[in-house]
Design a protein around this ligand. Structure first.
Ligand SMILES: NC(=O)c1ccc[n+]([C@@H]2O[C@H](COP(=O)([O-])OP(=O)(O)OC[C@H]3O[C@@H](n4cnc5c(N)ncnc54)[C@H](O)[C@@H]3O)[C@@H](O)[C@H]2O)c1
Ligand SMILES: [Zn+2]
Length: 357
């Protein structure tokens, strides 16, 4: 078992990672949680796989565990499902010293984290992420949210967990497409901060070899996110680097109604596009785009997604990272080193046209 500590003032917490940790959750959580009741929130895919094991481990450490199940997928990340969770938690008699444990992917984590932040004005929260995306990205950083009709993640909070507990063995049951989705974020970390990680992924070339040393990869990604979050908890500067590939990724997700491409696939295409635009801006060396494309292909990810000028214009207007007419766009100085450039939206649209995207 390996531990990383996220040092936020007054709210430091550990990320612990190790195979088989699910069965030790009770003993690991007992010292950090006060109350008796632990409300496990999970979805109906994850529940039959892992919920009973987690509940057993919690019982063994003296907790009362209750399981609340939601339907899987983004369509559950809504104010309506959030309100149902509030009612169910209230019916369970939850008190301020009790806790909420997210067992699942980013949907469960974001939704139940927001429930934990708001029920009784906040109870303790724990993340047990079971998708690759949740393990390397959404469970670390403290952003919790639900989607609104007007857009994704528009209602939410910054709410740090008491602990993040990851068991890489849970990834064994993850469908291939979900694994690929998480790999796009792993590749992103290599692009923005870690050339050696990027090269190692190229050497591995696929899921099986990645799984052979996945703990190391998970910890490396979490450590990069940890560093960035510690320096910029509220997302006003440095944290933007994590957005590499996401400005255009969001365009692609949105252009196809969030149905045809999953988040990782859209981000994959967004990263190659951003590398191309970075070259047009004179920041990214020629050749970087090709290297990223080659790595994405090894992991079965798309390297481009077609979108129209209207899609770009509409999505960029809604981009949360924009401020006034300006967009903070993340480009690579080289593989392993990212920076932001501030661009007029119109200029970015011109470049997109020039790049033939
Ligand atoms: N908070 C943040 O900082 C942050 C960052 C990135 C993404 N997100 C959010 O994360 C969400 C996406 O997360 P996700 O990709 O994990 O999606 P998800 O939670 O929908 O999980 C993907 C699918 O995998 C299934 N699943 C989960 N674990 C499994 C396992 N171990 N074995 C088999 N099946 C399993 C789920 O039931 C679901 O069908 C989005 O809502 C996104 O907005 C949040
Ligand atoms: Zn992402």
């Amino acid at each position: 078992m390996k531990t990383l500590t996220v040092n936020l003032p007054g709210r430091a917490y550990d990320i612990v990672c190790g195979r088989g940790l699910l069965d030790r959750a009770g003993e690991l959580l007992r010292p950090v949680l006060r109350g008796d009741l632990a409300v496990i929130v999970t979805d109906s895919n994850v529940e039959p796989l892992y919920a009973a094991r987690l509940a057993r481990s919690l019982h063994g450490a003296g907790f009362r565990a209750a399981i609340l199940e939601i339907p899987p997928g983004e369509q559950s990340k809504t104010p309506e499902v959030l309100a149902e969770l509030w009612e169910q938690m209230a019916d369970l008699g939850i008190t301020r010293s009790d806790s909420v444990i997210a067992l699942g992917g980013g949907v469960v984590g974001d939704l139940s984290g927001f429930a934990a932040a708001t029920i009784l004005r906040g109870v303790s929260f724990v993340q047990i992420p079971t998708t690759l995306l949740a393990q390397v990205d959404s469970s670390v950083g403290g952003k919790v949210a639900v989607d609104l009709e007007a857009g994704k993640n528009l209602a939410g909070a910054f709410y740090q967990p008491k602990m993040v507990l990851m068991d890489p063995d849970t990834l064994k049951t993850l469908p291939d497409r979900e694994f690929r989705c998480g790999m796009a974020e792993v590749i992103k970390y290599g692009c923005i901060r870690d050339r050696a990680l990027f090269d190692r992924l190229a050497e591995d070339g696929g899921r099986e070899r990645v799984m052979a040393h996945v703990e190391e990869i998970l910890l490396r990604c979490c450590d990069i996110k940890r560093q960035v979050v510690e320096q910029d908890e509220m997302d006003t500067g440095l944290r933007m680097l994590l957005n590499f590939g996401h400005t255009l990724g969001h365009v692609y997700e949105r252009a196809y109604g969030y149905e045809r491409y999953n988040h990782g696939e859209a981000v994959a295409a967004g990263m190659t596009a951003a590398a191309g635009l970075g070259t047009l801006l004179g920041v990214t060396p020629e050749g970087v785009r090709g290297e990223i494309e080659a790595l994405l292909r090894q992991y079965g990810l798309p390297t481009s997604i077609a979108a129209g000028q209207k899609d770009y214009a509409a999505a960029l207007t809604k981009d949360k990272k924009s401020d006034g007419g300006q967009i903070s766009f993340v480009v690579l100085r080289e593989i392993g080193r990212a920076e932001t450039v501030k661009l007029e939206k119109a200029k970015l649209l011109d470049l997109i046209r020039e790049a033939g995207l």
